[in-house]
Design a protein around this ligand. Structure first.
Ligand code: GLY
Length: 613
């Protein structure tokens, strides 16, 4: 196990890019620490012993919805009850989250929707990721000396990519849904018009992001209120001392957002990409230089992609291909883990955590080198997800010891983190499944509301590698593959997943969490398949994360001190840090539906449909 230096790693990667397939050296195939990926796969049928279960999923007969905000879950469930299919319900959820989860749900962002359309017998990956405006340039975030201008890619009009959400949701509905747009948008419009009660979780977000939000007049006017009834200043213009963000229990009404939703309900995607909303977006982003134009908006296009595919112990994995790195690296890690008897090692054991961390270290190193928008860069996706590639890089994992990331490649320290993206999963009783992750990027995105629209705009431009070798907001280091270019989509970690068993949809899941999305989804799958947990248990267990650089192993509270000591003895720099990810999972098993919303966000819920109207 000596091939851990940068040149060998680089050589492996280069061979991969050229041919994807490397022969397995005989010495490796015989190594006792490395099992062949052709080891017997016998867990395709998962049997649960529920007498051991502490957490239980919710149950339904006619369908299931799981989201991070219970009002959005209700919106989706209501559409299913009214006879809508999973796509109708998912689109209802997508619009509702833009109202009730303003820090991540959105109209002004973008994302990815994986759809299994049972009538058409097809699975598609709908890419509605933001794109860089035509004015974007490779060095737009650097000063004259080539140094990164702090905050330009996250907190200014230059941080905003051309939004894709409205194009994505409306296209999904017209191609795979059954209901009119106005009908599935009705719950969102009602929530924006009549308001909803701010939860303690959302109030905390408003408060934490106060300085960020109060910089922008139109944003201030929506999420802040007067501190005293005696104050008469217009909210847009009030001094900071006279206002405060909405608090827990307050009724948040979003009139401008309701108006925008009505325009979209009436005119479809055109209502967003042309006309009043588009003009207001462009006006709000026009600083001394124009960052986004009406042409950028009217030229926005979704892309229908083929999901990336893999298998794990006999279960088929469908996920998002590039420009998300999520699906590719999820499958890459599963291919590496498949050769180890994780079930025997057990959940939470130092061995299992170590192997997941080492697999993640290798995958995230590849992410920095090989992933970008496939329209601009040849992404060796097939190679990265091949079992042969896993065979070729598995010797880089030492089962006893952690491998320092500096021996693989140098990088930059992590400087800022956010968990703000959101996922929702839906299944109906016709065999349709939707697994969607979408985002504004950081919490409340750029923080800029386009005046008169109520629409928060993303700061997805920071997902580009703004300077090769310099870490982004998630501490992720990128290279040329993900450099900024006009019309290009920034690399993502979003990992919506559908698992198929015996050719039928079995589980749909995904998570927010920035760089930690991929490892969160990985553990959710391993918990179900290897550790035989139901989906509620799988969601509730403490998680780990490693992303190659910065080189430390992050764990949630709940991993035992003995295990942490063992991991340290293996060479890991272990840090217990705040929780990671919030998975939203639906499952079809024994002709019934199950759902689980991650307990890390008490605002979330899963609702099972017992009966239709
Ligand atoms: N903005 C986070 C991601 O796309 O991964």
């Amino acid at each position: 196990m000596k091939n851990r230096n940068p040149s060998i790693r680089k050589a492996v990667a280069t061979c991969l890019a050229l041919a994807y397939l490397l022969p397995i050296p005989a010495s490796i195939a015989q190594s006792p620490a490395v099992q062949s990926s052709s080891a017997p796969q016998d867990v395709a049928v998962v049997k649960y012993d529920n007498s051991f279960e502490i957490f239980k999923p919710v149950w339904g007969l006619k369908g299931m919805v799981a989201t991070e905000q219970h009002l959005a879950t209700q919106a989706g469930a209501e559409i299913l009850r009214q006879g809508g299919n999973a796509v109708d319900a998912a689109v209802a959820v997508g619009f509702a989250l833009a109202v009730v989860l303003p820090n991540a749900g959105n109209l002004g962002g973008g994302g990815f929707m994986l759809i299994h359309d049972s009538a058409k017998s097809e699975s598609i990956a709908l890419d509605f990721r933001e794109v860089a405006p035509a004015s974007a340039t490779r060095d737009m975030y650097l000063d004259d000396k080539g140094n990164v201008i702090a905050g330009k890619s996250t907190r200014t009009p230059y941080s905003v990519g051309v939004p894709g959400t409205v194009a994505g949701l409306t296209q999904a509905l017209s191609e795979h849904g059954t209901m009119p747009l106005a009908k599935v948008m009705a719950p969102a419009i009602k929530l924006a018009t009549e308001g909803f009660r701010v939860s303690p979780v959302l109030a905390e977000q408003f408060n934490n992001q106060r300085t960020h939000l109060e910089r922008w007049p139109a944003t201030k006017a929506i999420f802040f209120k007067h501190k005293s009834p005696a104050s008469t200043c217009r909210l847009e213009e009030c001094p900071a001392a006279e206002i405060e963000p909405y608090k827990s229990g307050d009724l948040l009404i979003q009139k401008d957002l309701a108006h925008s939703l009505n325009l979209i309900a009436q005119h479809g995607a055109k209502g967003f990409y042309e006309g009043e909303i588009a003009k207001n977006i462009v006006r709000s982003l026009t600083d001394s230089v124009s960052t986004m134009t009406l042409a950028d908006l009217s030229n926005y296009k979704t892309v229908k992609r083929k999901p990336v595919e893999g298998t794990y112990r006999g279960i088929k994995i469908l996920s998002m291909p590039a420009p998300s790195s999520g699906g590719i690296h999820l499958i890459q890690m599963l291919n590496l883990l498949e050769r180890y008897p994780l079930q025997d090692y057990g959940f939470g054991s130092a061995k299992s955590i170590h192997l997941m961390a080492e697999s993640a270290r290798l995958a995230y190193a590849d992410r920095a080198e090989h992933l970008g928008d496939p329209e601009f860069f040849k992404v060796p996706g097939k190679g990265l997800v091949s079992k042969k590639y896993a065979d070729s890089i598995s010797p880089l994992i030492n089962i006893e010891k952690s491998t320092p990331s500096k021996n693989i490649k140098a990088g930059q320290p992590q400087n800022y983190e956010s968990d703000q993206t959101t996922h929702f999963s839906v299944m109906d009783d016709r065999g349709n499944v939707v697994s969607t992750t979408y985002t504004l990027n950081l919490n409340f995105g750029s923080g800029i509301v386009a005046g008169g629209t109520g629409i928060l705009l993303n700061n997805e431009m920071d997902d580009f590698s703004i300077k090769p070798g310099v870490a982004n907001a998630f501490g992720l280091v990128g290279g040329d593959a993900n450099a900024v270019a006009p019309g290009k989509r920034p690399l993502s970690s979003m990992t919506p997943v559908i698992l198929m068993r015996d050719g039928q949809p079995w589980i749909a899941t995904g998570s927010p969490g920035g760089a930690r999305i991929i490892t969160t989804v990985l553990q959710n799958i391993v918990n179900v398949i290897d550790f035989k947990m139901n989906i509620a248990e799988a969601a509730s267990m403490p998680r780990m994360h490693h992303q190659w650089l910065p080189d430390f192993l992050r764990v949630e509270r709940g991993i035992s001190p003995d295990t942490i000591e063992k991991l340290k003895a293996m060479g890991h720099d272990v840090k217990v840090m705040p929780t990671m990810g919030r998975v939203q999972t639906v499952q079809y098993e024994n002709k019934q539906f199950y759902g689980a919303s991650d307990p890390r966000n008490p605002d979330g819920s899963a609702i099972g449909i017992e009966q239709k109207k």
